[in-house]
Design a binder for this molecule. Structure first.
Ligand code: NAD
Length: 474
């Protein structure tokens, strides 16, 4: 039996593949690779009449820029190796999309489904307290966000806990991102990672050369898609590509199995079913397959693993039939599987790029919190007034009998509307995802020694992190 490296080792192997093709001093290479620090905390909370002890981590991979940034995960799989791997990925991710942060990650070993809301609040606040008092949550030093098992609710508790402990910090709201709007959040953050996956796919499909490498043609329309994990990221990615781009999501894999429908699943209805029943079983508009993992191996154009790490590994890589895999989750493909797939000609859009939409919009939220004003508040109506001026003038010209045009009402209403926060966030996210893809593909295509997008992504990121260290005199 072949053994696989751990998640962190896997990330290091992928890092090393890229570094071999670069001209970095061994000292700098080592400095970038290693995780700077990992704090472990064990704390007790009195629940259901007894004290329960929980273990949590906050790992800081690189402080070449501060604050450092990275989500907090609530899951029974959380341990030091995983948190460090995820923190490293955050460093490279932020560099790739040019979000001005170092990399960090946190986690609490807990199954959130075992506790009710009030208990979760007590546990989350206590964990946050431990991190805040050590500046491991702080607007200028370390800014968490949601990840697997956490969402707006947990972020709202964390920001409130920070405020209680830092009553005069005017920038308190910026201590964490992914908050609900009424607690200082930003429009479009909940959907941001899934939206980023959609923008990444759209950008990929703009280049014939790239599609040819995956043996694909055309657009996203009618492409057959399989999604693993219908949580925050998977649900939004599946919803957007099916509803807006015409792709067919032919299978969704969840904890309890998979549901398959060759004509395409209605993601909204399926999500309702999963929310109500806790799984995909008994969803009427599809066939249930108990061995969910086997569905990863079904024929499809695009595979979107959006659940957890290591699901495509040495045991199943050679049976994967997708032409294109976009890593919406962090680390879904082990380094060994990655090699097998690349050799088979499968194109992989790597996690450090594919799921960077979350941190990109988190960056916008952080900026919003520090500037204490919502995006678009100053410009929107002024923009509309100027557009109105132009429309009036066009209409005046059109009224001339020799021209005689009438602007359509639908054009006028669309053109008149000034951009609100959501539109600005989407525009900023799209721009960031396109720019990052272009920087990656330039390296992929311009160098003969770069075999895949992942190596290209690492080269771009490591170069940027190295430049930042060099400018500090390191
Ligand atoms: P989530 O908790 O909202 O969803 C995870 C989903 O995966 C759940 O529906 C869960 O039931 C399902 N799942 C768990 N185990 C499974 C299994 N064995 N097989 C199939 N499905 C399974 O988490 P999320 O926020 O959507 O995160 C998913 C992935 O995306 C993680 O790797 C995370 O690190 C990454 N990510 C998330 C964000 C974000 O903004 N939330 C940003 C970047 C990356």
């Amino acid at each position: 039996m072949t053994t696989e490296p751990s998640f962190r080792e896997s990330v290091d192997i992928m890092f090393n593949r890229a570094v071999k093709l670069m001209d970095l001093s061994p000292g700098l290479e080592q400095k970038i690779r290693v995780c700077n620090s990992t704090y472990t905390v064990r704390f007790g909370v009195r629940l259901r009449g007894e004290i329960h002890t929980f273990t949590g981590y906050r790992s800081v991979h690189s402080e070449h820029m501060e604050p450092v940034k990275g989500g907090i995960r609530f899951s029974m799989s959380v341990e030091q190796d995983e948190v460090e791997a995820l923190a490293a990925l955050m460093t490279y991710k932020c560099a790739l999309v040019q979000a001005p942060f170092g990399g960090s990650k946190g986690g609490l070993r807990i199954d959130p489904r075992e506790w009710d809301e009030h208990e979760m609040e007590q546990i989350t606040r206590r964990f946050a307290y431990e991190l805040i008092k050590r500046d491991l949550i702080n607007p200028s030093q370390n800014v968490p966000a949601p990840d697997m098992g956490t969402g707006e609710r947990e972020m709202a508790w964390i920001v409130d806990q920070y405020r209680r402990m830092n009553t005069t910090d005017i920038n308190a709201a910026a201590c964490v991102t992914g908050k609900p709007i009424n607690a200082g959040g930003i429009q479009g953050r909940v959907e941001a990672t899934g939206r980023g996956v959609q923008y990444a796919l759209r950008e990929f499909f703009r280049y014939d050369e790239d599609k040819a490498k995956a043996n694909l043609t055309g657009t996203l329309k009618d492409k057959l898609v399989i999604v693993q994990g219908l949580g925050n990221v998977g649900y939004h990615a599946a919803k957007f590509v099916s509803e807006e781009d015409g792709s067919k999501v032919i299978a969704v894999i969840e904890r309890d199995g998979a549901v398959v429908n060759p004509d395409g699943l209605n993601i909204e209805l399926l999500k309702e079913h999963v929310t109500m029943t806790g799984g995909v079983k008994d969803f009427l508009a599809g066939e249930f397959i108990e061995d969910g993992a086997s569905v990863l191996e079904m024929d499809c154009d695009i595979l979107i693993p959006a659940a957890l790490e290591g699901v495509i590994n040495l045991t199943n890589a050679d049976r994967i039939k997708a032409n294109l895999i976009i890593e919406a989750a962090n680390g879904p493909i082990t380094s060994g599987a990655d090699e097998i797939l690349v050799n088979k000609g499968v194109v992989i859009i790597p996690d450090l790029y594919a799921n960077a939409g979350g941190v990109t919009v988190s960056y916008f939220e952080w900026v919003k919190n520090l500037s204490h004003i919502r995006f678009g508040r100053m410009q929107r109506r002024q923009e509309e007034t100027r557009h109105q001026l132009l429309l009036n003038e066009l209409q005046r010209l059109g009224d001339d009998p020799s021209i005689n045009w009438e602007l359509s009402d639908s054009f006028k209403s669309k053109y008149l509307k000034g951009a609100d926060e959501l539109e600005l966030v989407r525009s900023g996210l799209d721009d960031s995802m396109r720019a990052a893809y272009q920087s990656m593909r330039a390296v992929w295509h311009n160098r003969d020694d770069v075999p895949d997008l992942r190596t290209a992504a690492f080269i771009v990121s490591i170069e940027r992190v190295a430049a930042s260290y060099r400018s500090k005199g390191l």
